[in-house]
Write a protein that binds this ligand. Sequence first.
Ligand code: MN
Length: 433
Amino acid sequence: MNAMNAVNATHDPSRRSWIESANLPAAEFPLQNLPLGIFLHKGHSRGGVAIGNQVIDLAALLNVGLLGGEAAVAAAASVGATLNPLMALGNQAASALRWRLADLLDRNGCNATDRGRLQQCLVPQADVTMQLPCDIGDFTDFLTSAAHTERHGRLKGLQPPLPPAFKHLPVAYHGRSSSIRVSGTPVCRPNGQWLDDAKVPRFGAVESLDFELEMGAFVGRGNALGKPIPLCIANEHIFGYCLLNDWSAKGVQWWEQVLGPFLGKSFMTSISPWIVTSEALVPFAKQNSAHQASDPSPLGYLTDSEGTSPSSFSIQLSATIRTARMRANGDSGTRISSTSLDAMYWSFRQMLVHHASNGCNLRPGDVLGSGTLSGDQVTSMGCLTEMTSAGRHPISLGSGEQRPLAARRRRNRLECDSSAGGLRLCEFRQLQG
Ligand code: MN
């Protein structure tokens, strides 16, 4: 286990920043988080780190001479419009930057001179527009929740509802990276072909859209073609995590799906803009609880030799719907799902290892999606298709409205967020047009 996989001084919950907005109980970006992203400010996109309600401009930080060694190398790889060069360096570089920033931002660890220089590098988050954090060459979306897969199997009349391979390998489809957008970008209602109620194919603007509440992982250092990644070093290839919404036109998907999802999902996928690094999540690592004693043991390449490496995280996720009526009334919306990463039968490490196991090369910035994170409970379903039994049983919202029937061709705001312990990881807002 290397230092980046163990709890260290950068995680110390007692540390406070001299940037007071980072110390508020509801702060999304406390000193212990320090996520990376690409921000647009005054017409120029470059890399930054979030702290409180500020962004640290890494190019400016280099210029004021507060960085040296590997931290300076990491910042120099982050001054362009994508974080791919930083990701390609391997996680040690981002870790060096994290350690240096934790000290510079610490209320007790930074002298007045350095504080003054760092203050010149701060940009208020209110003044920036977040961009995609990297060029995403490939996007692969997995299917790791057994509850989600079984419910969909039953809705489609599959027997057995859970495919035989599900508990032997992480199932996935190749997604579309060109249409991945950062949270907040409106969704264009897609056209598509689907079977109507009379079982006749139709083409037009789809009548209902679904969301899929997921986490995404960014590949850091890649692997060469023909060179699989062993599980014992899989963490070194995962740069960090985001929240992901795999927008889906399920009617289109179910009719077209012979080789796999295609136009029912490729019209858009949304991700949260800040990448929470693998190191920041170390305190929240936990054993995967989705495996039961009666489940088959994974084959050797998907099994830890020591058998005890934490393979999941203690992360809660939720989805909230705000209809046009709710927004007009100042209503904060109806929470329709509360779920967690416990829904994942396979870990991100196993997903990455399986992906590369045939020799497929993964590249810095590739995204792996967890699949819809539905739990066993009615309250922990991660998409409307499950909540409504494919539209047959509408759900009631706090405003007295129902979904999905009234949702057709209406504009909803869907808000998702995720948190680990007291640490708010990322937030996600989306207009479903
Ligand atoms: Mn999905």
